[in-house]
Design a protein around this ligand. Structure first.
Ligand code: NAD
Ligand code: GLY
Length: 359
C-alpha cells in the first residue's frame, strides 16, 4: 500500500510514491526505467540500502558510484568523477541516473543527470527525512563552489520520486530532527491544520511512529508539490520555502562545524516569528506555538551568540537580497507567510538579540 502524489508540471509532471517497504517494489513502480542505470549513493547509505535496491532492479545493467559522506562531497570534483564513471561505462543518452541518499547525493546526482549528454532520465530515492520532504521534490540540483553553497546548478525535474519511509529508522536523531524542522516549516507557511496535527502528534513523530511519519512526509510532499507546480522557478511563492533560512544561513556559515542546516533553520524561524511579533503582525500566542513545537521536536530555538555586525554581513549574502536590500520570509499567522523587503535593520537586530544566547 502506498500513496501517490503528482507534481503537476504539464509534460514534465511526475509521481512521488510514498510508503513502507517500497525498495522491494521498485521495478513495478518504475516500469519505464531504461536498461542502463547509474546509482549514485554514499558510503553510509550503500551498506544499508544499496543491496535491496540492486536486488529490486536485478534485470537492469547497473553501475554504482559511491561518494564519501558530508556536505563537502557536493563538489565539482565528485561531479567530474561521476561523469568519468558514466563515460568509462559507455553510457548513452538512454541511461538513467538514480540518487539513493540524502540531499547531498540527490543534488549532486541531479546535476549530473541534468548535464550528462544535455540531460538524461533522473530518479530520486531519498533516504533522509529532509530529502524525503524537501530536496528530492521540485528539481533544484546543484554542487557547491568554494565561494558558496549551491552556486552551480540547474532546475531539472526527476521522472519519479520513490520514498520508502522505513529507511528513516537508521537516521541519527540529529539528522531526523533536522528533517522535522522542514516539516514544521510547511505547517507555518501554508497549512494551519497540518501545524495543529503536528502539535498533537509531536511525540509520535519524535519516536518515529510509522503511521505518523508517513502522514507527515505525505502532507509535506503534497504542499511542496503544490508550491512547485505554481512557481517552479521561484519567482514568488516558492521563496516562502525559505522561512528561517536567511537567519539560518548566517548561523550555518559562522558555525558550520557545530550547527546543522535544520537546526539553524529552526533557530532562524524563531527569530522570524519574533520579528513579526515585535511588529505586531504575528499574535504572541502564535509565535509561542511555533517555538514550542520546534522545541518539542528536539530542535534548538535559541541562536548562538554572534556580533550583530556579523549577522548583517552573513545575511547580506543571502540569494534573496535584491539591490542590497534584505528580503525575509516572515510568518503572518500560523499557516501563512510573506516575502518582504526589510530596510529597518534595528528592528531585525532587536529580534535577533532577543532570540540569541547571552553571557
Ligand atoms: P545529507 O545528504 O548529508 O544526509 C545527512 C546524513 O544522513 C549523512 O551523514 C548521510 O550519509 C546520512 N544518511 C542518509 N540516509 C540515511 C539513512 N537512511 N540512514 C542513516 N543515515 C543516512 O544531508 P540532508 O540533510 O539529507 O540534505 C542536505 C543537503 O540538501 C544540503 O546540501 C542542502 O543544500 C540540500 N538541499 C537541497 C534542496 C533542494 O531543493 N534541492 C532543499 C533542501 C536542502
Ligand atoms: N528547498 C527550497 C526549494 O526547493 O525551493
Amino acid at each position: 500500500m502506498h500513496h501517490c502524489i503528482t507534481v503537476g508540471l504539464d509534460e514534465r509532471s511526475y509521481p512521488i510514491y510514498i510508503g513502507r517497504d517500497l525498495f522491494a517494489q521498485l521495478s513495478r513502480l518504475l516500469p519505464q526505467l531504461p536498461k542502463q542505470i547509474l546509482i549514485v549513493t554514499n558510503q553510509i547509505v550503500a551498506p544499508l540500502y544499496l543491496a535491496a535496491v540492486q536486488q529490486a532492479l536485478g534485470e537492469h545493467r547497473l553501475v554504482t558510484h559511491v561518494i564519501g559522506d558530508g556536505e563537502a562531497e557536493k563538489s565539482l570534483h565528485n561531479y567530474q568523477q561521476i561523469m568519468d564513471t558514466l563515460i568509462a561505462h559507455n553510457f548513452n543518452r538512454d541511461c538513467a541516473v538514480i540518487a539513493l541518499g540524502g540531499g547531498v547525493v540527490g543534488d549532486l546526482a541531479g546535476f549530473v543527470a541534468a548535464t550528462f549528454q544535455r540531460g538524461v532520465s533522473f530518479y530520486q530515492i531519498p533516504t533522509t527525512l529532509l530529502a524525503q520532504v524537501d530536496s528530492s521534490v521540485g528539481g533544484k540540483t546543484a554542487v557547491n563552489h568554494p565561494g558558496g553553497k549551491n552556486l552551480i546548478g540547474a532546475f531539472y525535474q526527476p521522472q519519479a520520486v520513490v520514498i520508502d519511509t522505513d529507511c528513516l529508522v537508521t537516521l541519527t536523531d540529529r539528522d531526523y530532527a533536522c528533517g522535522l524542522a522542514e516539516v514544521i516549516k510547511y505547517g507555518i507557511i501554508h497549512d494551519a491544520e497540518f501545524f495543529g496535527w503536528l502539535e498533537a502528534h509531536s511525540q509520535d513523530l519524535v519516536h518515529r511512529e510509522p503511521q505518523a511519519v508517513t502522514y507527515a512526509v505525505r502532507r509535506s510532499c503534497e504542499i511542496k508539490a503544490e508550491i512547485v507546480a505554481a512557481d517552479e522557478r521561484e519567482q514568488n511563492q516558492r521563496a516562502l520555502l525559505n522561512l528561517g533560512h536567511t537567519f539560518g544561513h548566517a548561523i550555518e556559515a559562522s558555525h558550520y562545524d557545530s550547527w546543522h542546516h535544520g537546526e539553524a533553520v529552526a533557530a532562524g524561524t524563531v527569530i522570524a516569528a519574533e520579528f513579526m511579533r515585535q511588529q505586531g503582525e504575528l499574535a504572541e500566542p502564535e509565535a509561542q506555538r511555533i517555538k514550542t513545537l520546534l522545541q518539542a521536536c528536539n530542535l534548538p530555538v535559541v541562536a548562538p551568540k554572534m556580533p550583530l555586525s556579523q549577522w548583517q554581513d552573513y545575511m547580506q549574502r543571502d540569494k534573496k537580497v535584491k539591490a542590497g536590500q534584505l528580503r525575509l520570509v516572515l510568518p503572518t499567522a500560523i499557516g501563512a507567510a510573506c516575502l518582504r523587503t526589510v530596510t529597518d535593520w534595528d528592528s531585525v537586530a532587536r529580534a535577533i538579540d532577543r532570540c540569541s544566547e547571552h553571557d
